[in-house]
Design a protein around this ligand. Structure first.
Ligand code: SF4
Ligand code: SF4
Ligand code: SF4
Length: 281
């Protein structure tokens, strides 16, 4: 109730969920909210969410959640249209914030992939690149991860609906390891781990299960890529393996876009530009 008046559909902010090149995993995180989903649905008017309903409202939308990367000419037209009709636009996951695994095409010849994967490559209409949403339109907030973290999604939704800034971490996964009392795999067992350069948010999920971090949350605010490259080198990874580690999930995010190479003892590490958040220049 708002005063003596019942809350009607018109009073609720409208929510739209959009898909571009992606696996749907980040949208499923929203559906996976289970208990919280009913509370969220009670606070918003869902106008467009094809994963959950075929009913489509015309917009404009108070909040658009966007999953996936830009890989076709039509994607470019569509994301500009969505931006025009959205008051706030939040991107979800590695695909939308860093091009995703499919951005690996950007470092190769997309026609080579097409000829190997598809029987009729001429039927496929695609760009040679997979780029983040923020490369094309202004983005109000990015949620990282492959997939995103449910807790971060709920924090972002409740904050934006309440008109406050979301409380999201910008430190590295290593801090989450320390807070959870997890023994450092890199130090104790020599396990290659991207935790030192990866943004927190997953609760150090992989190290807690004895696996090194693969960087699915993308680069943290302040990272020392060259120092990590030196450590991975000492752990026995080749330059090619180091490059692959950096690029896996967030191939088009700096510094993963241009992975630092080990420089060898005594040499000055290469300079790596700070990772950007939100719109890239
Ligand atoms: S970020 Fe990962 S989980 Fe999310 S849509 Fe892309 S591939 Fe799927
Ligand atoms: S296990 Fe990885 S994430 Fe955890 S403290 Fe060590 S290097 Fe950092
Ligand atoms: S530990 Fe690294 S790879 Fe594992 S979920 Fe967290 S960010 Fe992703």
């Amino acid at each position: 109730m708002t005063g003596n008046r019942a809350v009607t559909d018109v009073d609720r902010p409208s929510l739209a969920v959009w898909k571009f090149a992606s696996c749907d995993g980040c949208q499923l995180t929203l559906l996976d909210c289970e208990d919280e989903l009913l509370a969220v649905a009670d606070r918003v008017r869902i106008e467009h969410f094809l994963e959950a309903s075929s009913a489509v409202g015309p917009g404009p939308y108070d909040l658009s959640l966007v999953e996936g990367s830009i890989t076709t000419e039509d994607d470019i037209r569509r994301i500009h249209d969505i931006r025009r009709r959205s008051r706030l636009l939040v991107t979800l996951g590695a695909c939308a914030t860093a091009g995703g695994i499919q951005a690996l095409r950007t470092f190769a010849d997309v026609d080579d992939f097409l000829s190997v994967v598809y029987a009729e490559p001429s039927f496929v209409d695609t760009l040679a690149t997979s780029t983040p949403i923020a490369d094309h339109v202004d983005v109000d907030l990015e949620l990282r991860g492959c997939p995103i973290d449910k807790g971060q999604l709920l924090e972002a939704l409740t904050a934006l609906l309440a008109g406050r800034a979301p409380n999201l971490p910008d430190h590295s996964v290593c801090v989450e390891c320390k807070r959870s009392g997890t023994v450092c795999l890199a130090v104790a067992a020599g396990t290659p781990c991207l935790g030192p350069v990866t943004q927190a948010g997953c609760g150090a999920l992989c190290p807690r299960f004895d696996r090194g971090c693969y960087g699915c949350f993308g680069p943290a605010e302040t990272v020392n890529g060259p120092a990590l490259a030196e450590m991975l080198d000492r752990h026995g990874l080749s330059a090619d393996e180091i490059e692959r580690r950096f690029r896996t999930f967030n191939a088009w995010a700096e510094p993963f876009r241009d992975p630092p190479v080990p420089t060898g003892a005594g040499e000055t590490p290469v300079e790596v530009p700070a990772p950007g958040r939100g719109r890239r220049e």
